[in-house]
Design a protein around this ligand. Structure first.
Ligand code: TMP
Ligand code: MG
Length: 278
């Protein structure tokens, strides 16, 4: 924490108005899911599609090559968001085009998720269940693939009614084959636009002036930009990769920075504290 006092004051202020004034906005890949498990990277929603059921070997190779080119740019501390922006659009556009060429079948997505080593962070059940019990809305805002994301949380039995999702959703034709992606493309650095565009529809979030925001990228900090009349915001950043290079940047941007923490212990602690005084 850069400013411990500010964090304590924010939590205190949030406690005073209780869970009925709280909303949680969280990124998905590498924020609600783990970054690594037993020394291996955990797949993002895009990478879960890397299954022969859905895409061929040639496509896998091309998507991996794009990942190796663009992911280092996404997390490069020396580049500005403005410099990264067009390159992210390029990455997402190329990958989505490749996926569309594969004629992915909707009815095989659930199996691909089951067969993948995808993993939500330790403590996820408490996190999702607690927010549902307290009727605190959880908005998951992901530049990943919405259909896959939904399946991951469904298979982990935490797709509760308080969960809303903004993401890139697949558009299937009448035979259930992927033909396009719906709506405006969401990538890591245009979440602000998505937040502003979607906020109006999420009426249940109105009047909840306290925001707990979780992310693993500086781009995630704009996810709450669609919320009007915010009184208190507490931001928690998961610093998973390029730790030394990005530590300063993260500490200057998030209220709390968790370094290589594969759990949801701190967000869970926060939720418990909110509940106790309610
Ligand atoms: P998020 O907004 O839920 O974190 O999802 C975005 C992440 O997806 C971002 O960190 C990069 C990652 N990604 C892949 O892993 N593979 C891909 O092909 C693409 C386009 C993105
Ligand atoms: Mg992420």
């Amino acid at each position: 924490m850069r400013e411990r006092c500010r964090v304590e004051e924010t939590i205190y202020n949030m406690q005073q108005t209780g869970p009925e004034n709280l909303q949680v906005i969280s990124d998905f890949d590498m924020t609600l899911t783990r970054f690594a498990y037993k020394g291996k990277r955990v797949p993002t929603t895009h990478n879960i599609l890397d299954n022969r059921l859905l895409i061929d070997e040639n496509c896998t190779k091309k998507i991996k090559k794009l990942l190796n080119t663009y992911y280092p740019i996404e997390i490069d501390a020396r580049l500005s968001t403005e410099e990264k922006l067009p390159l992210m659009v390029e990455w997402w556009t190329k990958v989505h085009k490749l996926l569309m060429e594969q004629k992915i079948r909707k009815d095989l997505l659930a199996q691909a998720v089951r067969e993948s080593p995808s993993k939500l962070r330790e403590g996820y059940k408490m996190f999702f269940d607690h927010l549902a019990e307290q009727n605190v809305p959880l908005l998951i805002f992901s530049a990943g693939i919405g259909d896959v994301l939904e399946e991951v949380i469904r298979q982990n039995h935490v797709f509760h009614p308080n969960v809303n999702i903004i993401s890139n959703y697949m558009d299937f034709d009448h035979t259930g084959v992927l033909q396009a992606f719906k709506g405006q493309l969401i990538h890591t650095f245009n979440k602000r636009e998505g937040a502003l565009a979607h906020a109006a529809h999420l009426t249940e979030l109105k009047g909840r002036q306290n925001v707990l925001l979780l992310g693993d990228s500086l781009g995630d900090l704009t996810m709450a930009d669609g919320v009007s009349n915010v009184q208190n915001t507490l931001t928690i950043g998961f610093l998973n990769d390029q730790v030394e290079e990005r530590k300063e940047l993260f500490l200057n941007s998030f209220d709390i920075v968790l370094v290589k923490d594969e759990t949801l212990e701190i967000p869970n602690f926060y939720c418990t504290v909110m509940h106790k005084t309610a």
